[in-house]
Write a protein that binds this ligand. Structure first.
Ligand code: KG4
Ligand code: ZN
Length: 333
């Protein structure tokens, strides 16, 4: 069975083809980062319009790379939500129109399920059950995963998502959008002893997170300079970045370790854009050796939004329940 995946929830247009026998056949992606950069964040109207422009050329690209025709697609999975309404509508209308024209069933996929299952696309796939840390721009959740569709939420952020904290703190330091990779790169040059920022909810007995206070702590440090961010020397900026990254990584790792301990599981899976963060990966790898668990990551290109994870999640759902996709072409986001 060949499943076409369509992702358009935010600022990436992704189309991919997944074959349940041969694996991922192709994936085509366009990132709108350059377009939104000058505005310092995603402009929803521009995002929707760009998805419209990109979707069909990317479909052609995915088909050509895979060496298959439109007619050989068996089902179409699209991101149903959560995401920007206009952006989601583009992906769902592309999926539903193709379904109608090709007489193929369509299936709405939850964006977070796409992220959650993306580490299973890697060559070394984790067995169920596992603990998943989902860290994206919009969500931060710890889950117990017993199988496809069998998810138990253990905890989540009470305010900002981890990616949001990265982006907002980066903005306070005058770094570009998206800030996650930029603040991470700068932190490499920072002195870890220069600033110790708060580790919110580190010792709370639950699996919840809170990152808005950490962002405020960055703001407070920046303000202490009583000057414009532009006047803070590069080394000091790097020190603040390091203080921020160390704090957020400490909290994320500690909560993962306690979720593993609480459930008795020994496999940890990381998903979502912040999963690309090198300091987080290094700290998790070190904790895995110390605490004797195994940690799995998606391929770097599948950490942030992409069509492959949607095609894959759709295929897994259809393998379990072929009736999950329907010939009901009413847009539903
Ligand atoms: O999963 P994703 O593409 O989108 C959502 O579904 O939200 O995640 C995007 C988020 C952004 O906040 C971005 O700054 C963050 O992931 N991110 C990173 C890194 N790469 C992306 N954060 C820290 N370090 C990175 N290397
Ligand atoms: Zn995402």
């Amino acid at each position: 069975m060949i499943v076409l995946g369509v992702e358009s929830s935010c600022d990436e247009t992704g189309l991919a083809l997944y074959d349940t026998e041969r694996g991922l056949l192709s994936h085509a992606l366009h990132s709108q980062v350059a377009m939104h950069e000058e505005y310092g964040g995603v402009v929803p109207e521009l995002a929707s319009r760009d998805h419209i422009r990109r979707a069909l050329p990317l479909l052609e690209q995915a088909l050509t790379t895979a060496g298959v025709t439109k007619e050989s697609i068996d089902a179409i999975a699209y991101t149903q939500g959560p995401g920007l309404a206009g952006a989601l509508l583009v992906g769902s209308s592309v999926a539903c129109s193709l379904g109608l024209a090709l007489d193929k069933p369509v299936l709405g996929v939850h964006h977070l399920e796409g992220h959650l299952l993306s580490p299973l696309l890697a060559s070394e796939r984790p067995e169920f059950p596992f603990i998943a840390l989902l860290v994206s721009g919009g969500h931060t959740q710890l889950m117990r995963v017993d199988g496809v569709g069998r998810y138990t939420l253990l905890g989540e952020t009470l305010d900002d998502a981890a990616g949001e904290a990265f982006d907002k703190s980066a903005k306070l330091l005058g770094l570009g959008y998206p800030g996650g990779p930029a603040i991470s790169r700068l932190a490499e040059f920072g002195d870890p002893a220069a600033y110790t920022l708060p580790r919110p909810m580190l010792h709370s007995k639950d699996f919840n997170f809170s990152f808005s206070g950490l962002k405020t702590a960055v703001l407070t440090v920046v303000k202490k300079h009583e000057t414009d961010i532009a006047n803070i020397c590069e080394q000091d900026k790097a020190n603040i970045a390091r203080g921020f990254v160390d704090a957020i990584v400490d909290v994320l790792v500690a909560k993962c370790v306690s979720a593993l301990k609480h459930t008795g599981l020994t496999r940890l899976v990381i998903a979502g854009g912040v999963g690309a963060n090198r300091q987080l990966r290094a700290a998790l790898d070190a904790a895995a050796v110390r605490k004797r668990f195994k940690v799995y990551y998606p391929e770097l290109e599948f950490c942030t939004d992409n069509g492959a994870m949607i095609a894959f999640a759709g295929a897994l759902r259809l393998e379990r329940n072929p009736q999950a996709a329907q010939r009901d072409y009413a847009f539903n986001v």
